[in-house]
Design a protein around this ligand. Structure first.
Ligand SMILES: Cc1cc2nc3c(=O)[nH]c(=O)nc-3n(C[C@H](O)[C@H](O)[C@H](O)COP(=O)(O)O)c2cc1C
Length: 262
C-alpha cells in the first residue's frame, strides 16, 4: 500500500482546487493499493519566512519561527507520493502555498525527498496557470522528487459540462501516470540536467562555504562531495564523463571565490 498526501493551497475547502484534486485522488485510488489524504494548509500554522537564512547557514532547527513546518515535512517524508495543489492567484501559486514553499527553502539546498513521486495541480479561471504548473513541477524536482507532469485545469464557475469532461480526462490521465511512477523503482538514473545541478551545487558549496555552515556539513556527512549523485546509482560512461566535466567547470567558476561569511 502506498501513502499519498495532497498539500492544498486554496483557502476554499470545497472550491475548484479541491474538486480537481478529489478527482485526481479518486482516479489514482481506482488503480489500486493507494491510500490518500488531503492536508489543507489553512489548517496549519505556516508563518512568513523572516529571511534570516539561519536554516541555510546554521541548520533548520535554528529557525526563529515555531510553526507547523516540521510537521508538514514529516508528513511528506512519511509518504510515497506528494501533490501540491493550488489555485492560480495573480499568475502564481496562492500566497498560502508560496509561504509554505519559502518555509521549505533550505530543502532546495539539501534535497531530501528522493525516491518519492510528486505532481502538481493548478486550478484557474482563465489564464496563466500553465506557468504556475511548470513552476511547481520545477519546485518538486528541486526538492528531490520524481516528478510526474502536473496539470492546469481551467474553468469558470459554474463549470460547464464541456469543462468538466475536459478536467476529468486530464486528471484521470495524470492519476494513471502518477500510479505507474509510484510503483516503479524509486531511485532513477539522473538526467544530464539533474546531474549538472547536483555537481554544480556541491562544488559551489565545497569551494565557497566554510565547514561550519550547515550546507557544507550536510553534503560532507552524506558523502555528497565524492558521490556520483545524491543517492547510489550506476552512471554510464557518457554521464560519468559529463559529471567530470561539470565538476571541472564548477571548479573554474567557484574556485576563485572565498567564503564571504554569508
Ligand atoms: C486573488 C485571486 C487572483 C486570481 N488570479 C487569477 C489569475 O491570474 N488567472 C486566472 O486564470 N485565475 C485567477 N483567479 C481565479 C482562480 O484561479 C480560480 O477561481 C480558482 O478556481 C480558484 O480556486 P478555488 O476554487 O480552489 O478557490 C484568481 C482568483 C483570486 C481570488
Amino acid at each position: 500500500m502506498k501513502n499519498v498526501i495532497a498539500i492544498m493551497g486554496s483557502p476554499r475547502k470545497r472550491g475548484f482546487t479541491y474538486l480537481s484534486t478529489r478527482r485526481f485522488l479518486d482516479s489514482l485510488s481506482s488503480f489500486g493499493d493507494v491510500q490518500s489524504e488531503m492536508l489543507f494548509l489553512s489548517d496549519f500554522d505556516v508563518e512568513l519566512c523572516k529571511g534570516c537564512k539561519a536554516c541555510f547557514l546554521r541548520g533548520e532547527e535554528f529557525c526563529p519561527l515555531k510553526d507547523d513546518r516540521d510537521a508538514l515535512i514529516r508528513r511528506m517524508l512519511d509518504s510515497d507520493g506528494v501533490i501540491f495543489a493550488t489555485p492560480n492567484y495573480s499568475f502564481q501559486v496562492s500566497g498560502r502555498m508560496k509561504c509554505f514553499l519559502d518555509r521549505l527553502g533550505f530543502v532546495f539546498h539539501r534535497p531530501c525527498f528522493h525516491g518519492k513521486t510528486f505532481t502538481s495541480i493548478v486550478a484557474q479561471g482563465i489564464y496563466g496557470g500553465g506557468n504556475v504548473r511548470k513552476y511547481l513541477d520545477f519546485v518538486g524536482a528541486a526538492l528531490g522528487f520524481n516528478v510526474v507532469k502536473g496539470s492546469c485545469i481551467t474553468a469558470l464557475e459554474p463549470m460547464s459540462t464541456k469543462e468538466r469532461v475536459k478536467m476529468e480526462k486530464a486528471l484521470d490521465a495524470q492519476g494513471k501516470c502518477f500510479h505507474q511512477r509510484l510503483f516503479q523503482p524509486a531511485l532513477t538514473t539522473p538526467s544530464l540536467l539533474q546531474l549538472m545541478g547536483f555537481r554544480m551545487a556541491r562544488t559551489s558549496i565545497k569551494l565557497t562555504l566554510g565547514e561550519d555552515k550547515r550546507d557544507y556539513s550536510y553534503y560532507r556527512d552524506h558523502g555528497w562531495f565524492s558521490s556520483d549523485f545524491y543517492y547510489p546509482i550506476e552512471l554510464g560512461l557518457v554521464k560519468k564523463s559529463a559529471g567530470a566535466a561539470f565538476d571541472w567547470t564548477a571548479g573554474r567558476i567557484y574556485g576563485n571565490r572565498h567564503d564571504a561569511g554569508a
